[in-house]
Design a protein around this ligand. Structure first.
Ligand code: GAR
Length: 226
């Protein structure tokens, strides 16, 4: 459980693999007053655009490539050493596309959060937008959830819903969902900083009560949840 931090920013480590648009949105939100301190960005690909983004903002970066640790257990142990040396209160997965081992996830249970481009539990895994179109769903979106030892699973904190349009392609739908992810993640991190959202024994508490269904980000400009 994250205790309230008073006015101090929430110290986070952000894990990325590629483009880094969610990272960029979090940095922009921080610059507009979201109380997070980005201790470091850790990436599994040395050439990821996300790393350049972080460096341009003078955020410390670290690379942990699969080549250096081909064995998953070794990789996750090295990742844990990197993270522990930074003492974050929260580990933020922002397009980190590696499966994390059970031991790793259990070590950070309640302190590990992920954003996924679907209305979980629908469409875990890859190609969510294409699969949403194939399934002819009317609504798609994104979810922020605490991570448990299963892919794209774990107690869901918040979601944003995006209508599927008749002429959508996977790309147009992905773009509209992504722009909403960029609202959802900062707004959710604010709730965590405020300790309005907390992990408690495998469930999400919101204002001290068990959250029965995910918070829904409104479509309005100011980031409110219902
Ligand atoms: C985002 O759409 C994020 O939700 C997704 O990867 C993309 C990363 O984009 N994550 C997952 O699919 C996790 N299962 P970004 O690098 O531009 O933030």
């Amino acid at each position: 459980m994250l205790e309230t931090l008073g006015n101090a920013p929430l110290p986070v480590v952000i894990l990325v693999s590629g483009r880094g648009s969610n990272l960029e949105a979090l940095i922009a939100a921080r610059d507009r007053g979201l109380p997070i301190a980005i201790l470091a960005v850790i990436c599994d690909h040395a050439d990821a655009p996300a790393l350049a983004l972080a460096r341009a903002q003078s955020i410390p970066t670290q690379v942990l490539s699969k080549a250096a640790h081909p064995d998953r257990t070794d990789y996750d142990a090295a990742l844990a050493r990197m993270i522990d040396a930074l003492h974050p209160r929260l580990i933020v997965l922002a397009g980190f596309m590696r499966l994390l081992s059970t031991d790793f996830v259990n070590r950070y249970l309640g302190k590990l959060i992920n954003i996924h481009p679907s209305l979980l539990p629908a469409f875990p895994g890859l190609h969510t937008h294409r699969r949403a179109l194939e399934a002819r769903v009317k609504e798609h979106g994104a979810s922020v959830h605490f991570v448990i030892p299963a892919m794209d699973a774990g107690p869901i904190v918040s979601q944003v819903r995006v209508p599927v349009l008749a002429n959508d392609t996977a790309d147009t739908l992905a773009q509209r969902v992504l722009s909403q992810e960029h609202r959802l993640y900062p707004a959710t991190l604010r709730l965590l900083w405020e300790a309005r959202v907390q992990w408690h024994q495998g469930r999400v508490l919101f204002d001290g009560q068990v959250l029965e269904s995910p918070l829904q980000l409104t479509a309005a400009e100011n980031d409110h949840f219902i």
